[in-house]
Each structure stands twice: as structure tokens, then as C-alpha cells.
Design a protein around this ligand. Structure first.
Ligand SMILES: Cc1cc2nc3c(=O)[nH]c(=O)nc-3n(C[C@H](O)[C@H](O)[C@H](O)COP(=O)(O)OP(=O)(O)OC[C@H]3O[C@@H](n4cnc5c(N)ncnc54)[C@H](O)[C@@H]3O)c2cc1C
Length: 434
């Protein structure tokens, strides 16, 4: 739908997405979150003859594709944007941007009072898991950062008019993590360090190009070696070894396949170290922060060993690592919402396989699993949505008075955000920074 010039072109079949008819009884399913999982569900629902109303907190619906996945994934991003656009422009899908569940509309409104046939939660996992150092969060912005806002900054800071939180880049940063996202954080730090160092020598280097070629090959192409820059680069601190990093997974592996998998993981990390000059410290856990003048400027780590697959801390092995920049990247979990019961850091699902939270309320994608990837969110949406629709279709339609109330709620939100009622027009207006 998006042309080469970055302008959304209305496809020939495009019909402006008007509100559902006020005169007709219909089945209407609400969806919170309009990215991979939510948009897929919306299109499936609409194709089965129900109305899908997508409440999305942001002005644009791309979720982790735009704000999580680092911007060097430009081809993957473009492909996923196009898929989300196609889904949300499907006749029968009503988009309601700038509407956050738990803030602009409460869970009890959407799950009960609005009179929807069902509600699907597809709002992802955006809460950074807290760094396991007591009181560490008082240093946020004062030495400590979390992965989600940091990657958001990286993806957007070059956009004109960017007014979000700014992040400094310091050499020798500490990154605490071990999953794929923590590797992206390390790559961002080192790519930024070398881009800036080249710029200081009058050389313009593009972060995306450097990500593709790697740091050593990029600086060599300009007549330097990495040693010429005296950059130490960041270090990734992980509680287990390289072979245990969840960088590649298979379900129910045999012992032989597990051994192979462990080798593959180590190779992936070795490549990250070579290509992006990331340093790696295995078998450590953070136990304490080092504070100086109200700023976090170091971490006390304790060494670990793996016993029967479990992480065992080794008393008396503590050591201090100092740094001006400490980034915690140990995963994201669904944000607690008033009215949604929690089980640990996840929502309390009545039936996780069906994605059922309570009767009439379902979930899919990252919000259900608390982790995952693009393929999994889409697959999960395709697995859960049809059964939700079948249940809804077996229930009575919402009578015209009920439809009229839902329409009033949608229109009230549209008025607040200035949404014209047409997805394609809206995205054309909001795509200047894409
Ligand atoms: C650093 C990083 C790198 C990654 N790299 C890859 C990769 O290379 N390959 C890959 O496959 N996957 C990758 N992923 C994971 C992948 O991006 C996600 O698993 C996937 O996009 C999640 O899709 P989703 O629709 O389930 O959730 P999300 O994309 O999180 O969508 C949720 C939507 O809900 C909205 N929302 C949130 N809260 C509310 C609310 N209260 N009310 C209304 N709307 C709300 C959000 O704005 C968003 O649009 C990466 C993730 C990160 C963080």
C-alpha cells in the first residue's frame, strides 16, 4: 500500500472505513493493540463478517516493529508495516488510535460496559523486567536505563521534531542481559560509538550500513583499524554461558540436537563479538549497585556456576565493575492493567492455550506469552482468533441500541485524537516520519 515515495496509495478496492451501521444488529469484537498480533486478529475477524474495533495507544499501529526492532531491519520493517496496513484497512476493521487501555478506556469499560461481543488483548509486553538490584530504579536517568526506552530512542532520535527522552552514549557501558534484544542493545551502543568517532574524523558513516558490514570492515574501508579509536566498547554480562543464551531455540530437542544447538548459540555470540566488538562476561549476576553522588556508576557482580541446569551463585566471588552507562535488558513483561489479575509477572490466564483470560476476554501475541517474535505473534493470532470468532458468532448479535452506544464511544475517541475515520488517509498524514 505504501509507494516508493513513502506515500500511501489507496488501493482500488479501498472503501473508506465508516462506522458500522447504526440500524443493524452485529457482532463487534474489540482489540487492544494494533500491531502484528492485533492487526492479524482484526483482519481475520472482519473477514468472518464481524466488526473489529482496534484500540491502539499510539498514533501509528506498528508496535515493536517500529519501536522495538532496531531500525537497521529496514526491509523487515517495511514488510511488516505493509502487512499491518493491509490488515487494518480491511473493510470491517475500525481503527481507534491514541487510545490506551487502562488510561483512556478502562478494562471494565471494554470488557463489560461497552457491550462488545468479546475483547481481545493484543497489547504486547512493554514493561522492562526490573533489574534485580534493590532500589535500582531510583537511578533511572542517573546511570541506569532500560532496554525499551533506549531502543525507542535509537529508532526515533534522528526524526525531525523528535522530543522524546534523550540517551547519552558512553564507552565501556555495562549491558545486563543475554537474549536477542540485549545483543541489539550492545550493537546500538558500539555502532553509535564508532559512527561518532568516524564523524569526529570528518567521515560520515551510516549506522545501518555499519550494522550490515560490521564495525571492523567499516573502519578498515576508511583506512583505520578498530585499535586506532581507543574505544573499549560495551560488555554484555550474562548469568550463564554463551551456549545457554536464548539466541536460537528448538522445541523438545534430543540430547544430540541440544548439543548442536549449544554450539550454534556460542557461534552466534562469537560472531557478535567479532563483528560488533562486543565484549562478553559469562556466569555473573548483578547483586548491588555502586552509587556516587546520587548516580549509579557501577555494579557489584557475583560469579555463578551452572549446576543441574540451574544458576548457582558463588558466595565470596563478588567484584565491582564501574561504568557511566548501565543498561538492563533482561526481558519485557505485560504492563499491569487495573482489573486484570496477575500471576507473577504475567496475566492470570484461565486457559493459556485458548488465550482465555476470563469469559469473553482473550489475549494473543506477546501479551499472552510475555515474549516471542513476529512469526510467533502472527501464528498465535491465527491460532486463537478463529475460535474466538466462532464463539462470538454462536452468541446473539448486539442489537442496534448497543451498536449505537459502541459507535458513540468510538466517535468520542476519534474526536479526541482528530482521527478522520479512514485508516489510509490517517496513515498518509502520519507517515512523514516513517
Ligand atoms: C530489541 C528487539 C529486537 C527484536 N528483534 C526481532 C527480530 O529480529 N525478529 C523477530 O521476529 N522479532 C523481534 N523482536 C520481537 C518482535 O518485535 C515482537 O515479538 C513482535 O513484534 C510482537 O508483536 P505483538 O503484536 O505481539 O506486540 P507489539 O508489537 O508489542 O504490539 C502491541 C501493540 O499494542 C499497543 N499497546 C500497548 N499497550 C497498550 C494499551 N494499554 N492500550 C492500547 N494499545 C496498547 C502497542 O502500542 C502496540 O502497537 C524484537 C523485539 C525487540 C524488543
Amino acid at each position: 500500500m505504501k509507494s516508493f515515495f513513502g506515500v500511501y496509495i489507496k488501493p482500488l478496492y479501498h472503501i473508506p472505513m465508516n462506522l458500522p451501521s447504526l440500524a443493524e444488529a452485529r457482532h463487534v469484537i474489540g482489540i487492544c493493540g494494533g500491531a502484528v498480533g492485533g492487526s492479524e486478529a482484526a483482519a481475520l475477524i472482519a473477514k468472518k463478517g464481524c466488526i473489529a474495533v482496534v484500540f491502539e495507544q499510539n498514533i501509528r499501529p506498528y508496535g515493536k516493529i517500529e519501536d522495538g526492532l532496531p531500525r537497521w531491519h529496514s526491509k523487515l520493517r517495511a514488510k511488516e508495516y505493509a502487512k499491518i496496513d493491509e490488515n487494518l484497512a480491511t473493510p470491517g476493521v475500525v481503527f481507534v488510535p491514541g487510545t490506551r487501555l487502562g488510561m483512556d478506556l478502562s478494562f471494565s469499560t471494554l470488557s463489560n460496559n461497552a457491550g462488545l461481543s468479546a475483547l481481545i488483548l493484543a497489547h504486547g509486553a512493554w514493561l522492562d523486567r526490573p533489574l534485580p538490584i534493590e532500589g535500582a530504579d531510583r537511578f533511572i536517568g542517573n546511570g541506569l536505563s532500560y532496554q525499551n526506552p533506549f531502543v525507542y530512542w535509537f529508532n526515533h532520535y534522528e526524526e525531525s521534531g523528535f522530543s522524546g527522552e534523550d540517551f547519552p552514549i558512553h564507552d565501556d557501558a555495562i549491558v545486563i542481559g543475554g537474549g536477542l534484544a540485549s545483543i541489539d542493545v550492545c550493537k546500538i551502543l558500539n555502532l553509535e560509538l564508532y559512527t561518532r568517532a568516524l564523524r569526529d574524523r570528518g567521515i560520515t558513516a551510516d549506522v545501518e550500513e555499519m550494522e550490515l558490514r560490521g564495525i571492523p570492515r567499516t573502519v578498515e574501508a576508511h583506512g583505520y583499524t578498530p585499535d586506532d579509536f581507543a574505544i573499549r566498547g560495551c560488555t554484555l554480562f550474562y548469568r550463564r554461558g554463551k551456549e545457554d543464551m536464548p539466541l536460537e531455540n528448538i522445541s523438545n530437542p534430543t540430547a544430540q540436537r541440544m548439543e548442536k544447538l549449544r554450539g550454534t548459540r556460542a557461534k552466534i555470540m562469537d560472531k557478535v563479538m567479532r563483528k560488533y566488538l562486543v565484549r562478553f562476561q559469562p556466569n555473573v549476576v548483578p547483586v548491588e549497585g555502586v552509587e556516587e553522588g546520587g548516580v549509579l556508576n557501577g555494579v557489584v557482580f557475583q560469579r555463578t556456576e551452572i549446576v543441574d541446569g540451574r544458576v548457582k551463585r558463588l558466595e565470596g566471588t563478588e567484584f565491582i565493575v564501574r561504568s557511566k552507562q548501565i543498561i538492563s535488558s533482561i526481558g519485557s513483561t505485560p504492563t499491569p492493567i487495573d482489573g486484570v489479575r496477575m500471576e507473577g509477572e504475567l496475566y492470570r490466564w484461565q486457559n493459556r492455550d485458548e488465550g482465555r483470560l476470563v469469559d469473553g476476554v482473550y489475549g494473543l501475541g506477546n501479551v499472552l506469552t510475555g515474549k516471542g517474535n513476529i512469526v510467533e505473534s502472527r501464528r498465535n493470532s491465527k491460532a486463537i482468533t478463529p475460535a474466538v470468532v466462532d464463539r462470538v458468532l454462536a452468541s446473539p448479535k448486539i442489537p442496534p441500541e448497543g451498536i449505537s452506544e459502541i459507535v458513540s464511544l468510538i466517535k468520542a475517541r476519534w474526536d479526541v485524537v482528530g482521527y478522520p475515520g479512514d485508516y489510509v488517509d490517517w496513515m498518509n498524514a502520519k507517515s512523514s516520519t516513517a
